[in-house]
Design a protein around this ligand. Structure first.
Ligand SMILES: *Cc1c(COP(=O)(O)O)cnc(C)c1O
Length: 421
């Protein structure tokens, strides 16, 4: 049996209907934006391996730092103990986040970073003796797959089996010039019950790279702040340069109360997550009453290897060459978008920073499950490009080390798809 056949004997893959799935492609090596299969065929990783990779695969600098850490201290319990990597990472991150972020809480992934954020907000009000238990979120939001994160995500085919068990959330439309006043009055009607507002800033990734304007997000954030509603900025996807600035919240004036990070945090090396908060939130848990403690933790909280990978990734991220590359990708995306914007097969093309998304005209069948998705997926795979369409939407968000030549190759494969599919 080859690797793909052995895989199907023993493995259940994420987001995959195993009955109809094609055998998985075994990848045995990665270098820069490329990953290589068993036969040596290379693929450009145009989706950064589910949006996590920002500096390319098997980066030698990250590998070296991780290797050093592995032979120094691989893990230690994080209650009652600490270690240099956790402290240094917290110090350096807080340095580049909005000034009001004062404390870092470590966990394992994006969903847990969101769970921690929600618990911080709900218990913040509980500790203060105020009855604020409702959460505000956007329609079509995605904040993760654990139950709390699923609850604050939009109801969809993915949550259908669990809908009756998810806690109630107030969902509002994305803000725009037209609806901002009506959104405010919706919020105003609920204001004294709302504990927090959680949002994906500027781009709703899983919903299909839906983009909205920073100015209207800022307006909503400001309004919620006035009403005492805590602001959770879920930067799991948008953090670390994706939107063209270091963090999506750098596009708005209002500073969030809580921020969530994962995905690009370790440069895409390994699972890790963290939640940051203000002194005010942290302060609400300080008490002689033990019941006011935040009772949350994971076995691998603040894993030293993950901290080392994150510190190495941060070094690379802050290198001016990386920042230049982010701007170069954003610029090339915009030139390409302008060139194909009028194509009759395209319903829409949109861009935020290094994220470029285009929506195929499909007539009636526009669902995630349409067979256009599979045709597009295979069109790109045959050309050695990993793109993973969300229904009729294809998107590129490459590692920042992608070259102009590689970007042009992806663009031309997209133009071929437009002309032939
Ligand atoms: C991916 C994602 C999550 C969940 O992160 P996982 O590490 O997959 O659990 C949460 N929020 C947003 C905005 C995401 O894109």
């Amino acid at each position: 049996m080859n690797l793909a056949e052995r895989d199907l004997q023993v493995i259940w893959h994420p987001y995959t209907q195993m009955k109809t799935a094609l055998p998985p492609i075994p990848i045995i090596r990665g270098e820069g934006v490329l990953v290589f299969d068993e036969d040596g065929k290379s693929y450009i990783d145009a989706v950064s391996s589910w949006w996590v990779n920002i500096h390319g695969h098997s980066h030698p600098y990250i590998a070296q730092k991780v290797a050093e850490q592995l032979t120094t201290l691989e893990h230690v319990i994080f209650a009652g103990f600490t270690h240099p990597g956790a402290v240094e990472l917290a110090e350096r991150l807080l340095d580049i986040l909005p000034g009001n972020q004062q404390k870092v809480f470590y966990s394992d992934n994006g969903s847990t970073a969101v769970e921690v954020a929600i618990k911080m907000c709900l218990q913040y009000w509980h500790n203060k003796g105020e009855q604020r238990t409702k959460i505000l979120a956007f329609k079509n939001a995605y904040h993760g797959d654990t139950f709390g994160a699923m609850s604050v995500s939009g109801r969809s085919a993915f949550t259908a089996a669990f809908d009756s068990l998810l806690f109630e959330v107030e969902f509002i439309d994305l803000p725009s010039e037209e609806n901002i006043d009506s959104l405010k009055s919706q919020i105003s009607n609920l204001k004294s019950q709302l504990a927090c507002f959680i949002f994906e800033p500027l781009v709703q990734g899983s919903a299909g790279m839906i983009m909205y304007e920073a100015a209207w997000l800022d307006e909503l954030m400001k309004y919620c702040r006035e009403k005492g509603i805590l602001l959770i900025d879920d930067e799991v996807f948008t953090g670390f340069g994706r939107t063209g600035k270091p963090f999506a919240c750098n596009h708005v004036q209002t500073q969030p109360d809580i921020m969530c990070f994962s995905k690009g945090l370790t440069g895409g090396t390994m699972a890790f997550g963290l939640t940051t908060c203000t002194q005010d939130i942290y302060g609400a848990f300080l008490s002689d009453d033990k019941l006011k403690t935040l009772f949350h933790g994971h076995s691998y909280t603040a894993n030293p290897v993950a901290c080392a990978a994150s510190l190495a990734s941060l070094d690379l991220f802050l290198d001016p060459a990386t920042q230049q590359s982010i701007h170069r990708i954003a610029y090339k995306h915009s030139v390409f978008a302008e060139r194909i914007a009028k194509h009759n097969k395209l319903k829409n093309i949109r861009q935020t920073g290094t994220i470029l998304a285009m929506e195929w005209n499909t007539g009636s069948n526009t669902s995630y499950f349409s067979n256009l998705r599979d045709k597009l997926y295979h069109h790109f795979l045959e050309r050695g490009i990993i793109l993973r369409p969300l229904g009729n939407i294809i998107y590129i968000l490459p590692p920042y080390c992608i070259t102009d030549v590689q970007l042009d190759y992806i663009y031309s494969a997209i133009e071929q798809a437009l002309d032939t599919i």
